[in-house]
Design a protein around this ligand. Structure first.
Ligand code: APR
Length: 175
């Protein structure tokens, strides 16, 4: 597996699947979630609603992942995952790692070979980048998956620096 780090917008990534930093309702939000639904169009939300009705009436649990169509996005699929809200009093790193390994497991079920991740939980959910980046990079590096390319799409300079440092520390090489 190759890990790439790029600065940019997750909605414009030409990969098989993009990962959405969703919430358990799967009914949209701001940040990545808002951008994916805005640019991907109503087909994504329609499938999210069906997933809620048929499989997750109480919402998608934190750390789990489900796939929908990519709608009007360049990506064929969106893999929605729910990151943990950061808590100083509780170590939720395993849930954040699970977002990545579960998204890759869903990608394998789809037959996706390239997957783009945003920096899950580091926005509205308040996870510090210097904690989230190593968790995300190590979870991906340690995953047993057929996915060939994992691309972290960083929205700002701080995220790019944090992931670059995490990748170097985990592999000894720059992104
Ligand atoms: N492309 C790539 N990265 C983005 C984009 C984008 N278009 N928009 C925001 N980001 C970055 C943010 O800068 C942050 O680093 O994605 C990271 C995750 O931020 P959020 O989207 O706020 O996601 P998260 O912290 O996981 O919070 C999820 O926010 O949008 C709601 O419905 C969502 O309730 C859920 C919560």
């Amino acid at each position: 597996m190759r890990i790439e780090l790029v600065r940019g917008d997750i909605t414009s990534q030409e990969v098989d699947a993009v990962v959405n930093a969703a919430n358990s309702s799967l009914l949209g939000g701001g940040g990545v979630d808002g951008a994916i639904h805005r640019r991907g169009g109503p087909a994504i939300l329609a499938e999210c609603r069906r997933i809620r009705e048929t499989r997750y009436p109480d919402g998608l649990p934190t750390g789990q992942a489900v796939a929908t169509t990519g709608g009007d996005l360049p990506a064929r699929w969106v893999i929605h995952t729910v990151g943990p809200v950061y808590a100083r009093s509780q170590d939720r790193s395993a849930l954040l790692a699970s977002c990545h390994t579960e998204s890759l497991r869903v990608a394998d079920e789809l037959g996706a070979r390239s997957v783009a991740f945003p920096a899950v939980s580091t926005g509205a959910y308040g996870y510090p980048l210097d904690e989230a980046a190593p968790i995300a990079v190590r979870a991906v590096l340690g995953a047993d998956t057929q996915v060939e390319v994992v691309r972290f799409v960083l929205f700002d300079e701080a995220a790019e620096r944090a992931f670059d440092r995490a990748l170097r520390e985990a592999t000894g090489q720059p992104g």
